[in-house]
Design a protein around this ligand. Structure first.
Ligand SMILES: *[C@@H]1O[C@H](CO)[C@@H](O)[C@H](O)[C@H]1NC(C)=O
Ligand SMILES: *[C@@H]1O[C@H](CO)[C@@H](O)[C@H](O)[C@H]1NC(C)=O
Ligand SMILES: *[C@@H]1O[C@H](CO)[C@@H](O)[C@H](O)[C@H]1NC(C)=O
Ligand SMILES: *[C@@H]1O[C@H](CO)[C@@H](O)[C@H](O)[C@H]1NC(C)=O
Length: 484
């Protein structure tokens, strides 16, 4: 006779089910703002709600953004950018001010459901040359102390979103996972502090980057369809890179005495343009595969159970640095103007489809193109294209990208138009010396995915409106009459 009765089993089942529902409520998403024309916060919050996102991760603590998230119930991770780490890490007063202004005020006055503070963003990336190594932990500690002092420590947890290269495997398998040798001590200091603060480890995992940086990477292993030949780790089979990567971290934590530290996947996604492997088909396959993979709450061999994850990203950001690659500006599941890029069932809407942004305000339907009469070898053409591409966005023109098949006229026109739209269709932004003209005929090719965009209306923010928008004659006269 076993010691568990049927009734007990039902109860255990219910408890497990409850814990699953309690510990993870749906899927989260990243909301980045490195865009020349960000959508207004109310449009973005509506987009989040319409698509049933219950959690959002921010990279800073913009006042309007947070205020707009108030009363929505959406769980918010606010961020401290890397360039503020030295300030909050160097002074307890600065950390307390940051918490008062960017956490307390929003919780108490604006009813924002802040749950995490992300201290820095991938501060240990090798490209930063160790600039943030010394100040990340002091910043984490000061912010945690400030949260405790302000009485938020039960609701708001600290964390540090880290790149997956902070750990590695000594034997090529997850079981060989440990923290990178050059930052081992600092990682243990951070992990120990997170553990003492009942706070999670946050990691960003990118199978796309593995494929991008290693041409021999087995493509199928990046996806979740089970078509890859599994990799055996002492008998444990891994069918996809995500599981293997997460478990490498789980092993690293276990090896160092933190087997139970919760893990959050801070960023996961696939870009749709800017590289031959970045397209809507692969992005859909990856993101849908990931949603199905986590929806059953199965987890990974080392971490069975629900996975807490934030998709990267909600929308495209056209001002991101392309140092890592041209794909950087194309991570959105929605375009820069909030339109769904491909079918994706997040399991959060009644229709099972993504719902595009509502009420988006566009500029006029007009484009800047190369004059058809101009010769391709006109000496003004090349410098004009370099200028336009340098300041606008030509990441859709390379090999294997959405506009990679344009002819030379299309290519040049694409660059001109990008610059023109980014500059709000100002007349002088289509005055490449004698070689450009404005047209009302859409130059986008009829077949394929290449699109010559029309920009959206600029949004200046509630506080910056009068400061940044040039005053029209009526406003000047109005202000003048008020002064009198
Ligand atoms: C609050 O966050 C914003 C946005 O990240 C930042 O500019 C500001 O300096 C922070 N406030 C304080 C008092 O640190
Ligand atoms: C890191 O070092 C390299 C080479 O010394 C340099 O080119 C790069 O600008 C540095 N990056 C940062 C963020 O300091
Ligand atoms: C179009 O532009 C891209 C990127 O600037 C370049 O690599 C490509 O060769 C150009 N194609 C044509 C047909 O000019
Ligand atoms: C533009 O064309 C006009 C007339 O053909 C010519 O006089 C002028 O020098 C050209 N400007 C430039 C910058 O090439």
């Amino acid at each position: 006779m076993g010691w568990v009765t049927v009734a007990d089993r039902v109860n255990i089942g219910l408890v497990c089910l409850f814990m699953m529902l309690w510990s993870v409520s749906g899927i989260g998403v990243n909301w980045g703002t490195q865009a020349s024309h960000p959508l207004p916060p109310d449009t973005m919050v509506r987009l989040l709600r319409d698509n049933g996102f219950q959690r959002v991760k921010l990279f800073d603590a913009d006042y309007d953004t947070l205020k707009t998230l108030g009363k929505t119930g959406i769980e918010v991770m606010v961020g401290i950018p890397n360039d503020m780490l030295a300030i909050v890490g160097g002074s307890m007063k600065a950390a307390e001010k940051w918490v008062a202004k960017n956490v307390t005020q929003h919780i108490t006055s604006n009813n924002v459901n802040i749950r995490y503070v992300a201290v820095g963003n991938e501060p240990f990336l090798e490209t930063y040359n160790g600039s943030y190594l010394g100040i990340t932990f002091p910043a984490l500690r000061n912010i945690q102390l400030a949260l405790v002092k302000a009485g938020h420590n039960n609701q708001v947890k600290v964390t540090v979103p880290l790149n997956a290269d902070v750990y590695e495997s000594t034997n090529g398998s997850p079981s060989g996972g440990d923290f990178r040798a050059d930052i081992h001590d600092i990682m243990l200091t951070i992990v120990n502090f997170l553990s003492l603060s009942s706070a999670p480890f946050t990691v960003n995992i990118y199978p796309f980057i593995s494929l991008y940086s290693d041409p021999n990477f087995p493509v199928e292993y990046a996806f979740f369809d089970g078509n890859a030949s599994p990799v055996s780790d002492g008998g444990t089979l891994y069918y996809n890179m995500f599981d293997a990567n997460l478990d490498t971290l789980a092993h690293a934590l276990q090896k160092n005495g933190f087997a139970d530290l919760p893990i959050i996947v801070g960023e996961i996604g696939w870009p749709t343009d800017g590289d031959r492997n970045a397209n809507t088909e692969y992005a859909r396959r990856f993101n849908q595969g990931f949603m199905s993979h986590i929806s059953g709450g199965r987890g990974t061999p080392m971490r069975p159970g629900p996975i807490d994850a934030y998709l990267f990203s909600l929308i495209d950001e056209d001002s991101k640095s392309i140092a890592p690659g041209n794909f950087e500006r194309h991570w959105g599941i929605f375009t820069f103007d909030g339109q769904a890029k491909y079918p994706l069932n997040l399991g959060t809407t009644n229709s099972g489809a993504l719902i595009s942004a509502k009420g988006v305000q566009y500029l006029e339907r007009k484009w800047c193109v190369m004059k058809p009469s101009v010769r391709l070898d006109d000496p003004q053409v090349e410098p004009s294209v370099s200028f336009a591409c340098g300041l606008a966005d030509c990441t859709c023109l390379g090999y294997g990208t959405s506009c990679g098949n344009l002819d030379a006229w299309g290519n040049i026109s694409y660059a001109f138009n990008s610059y023109f739209q980014k500059n709000n269709q100002r007349e002088d932004a289509c005055k490449f010396p004698n070689v450009s003209m404005i047209t009302k005929a859409d130059p986008s090719p009829r077949d394929g995915n290449c699109k010559f965009n029309i920009m959206i209306q600029p949004y200046y923010g509630s506080a910056g409106w009068y400061a940044r928008k040039p005053l029209g004659l009526t406003s000047v006269l109005l202000i003048f009459s008020l002064v009198l």
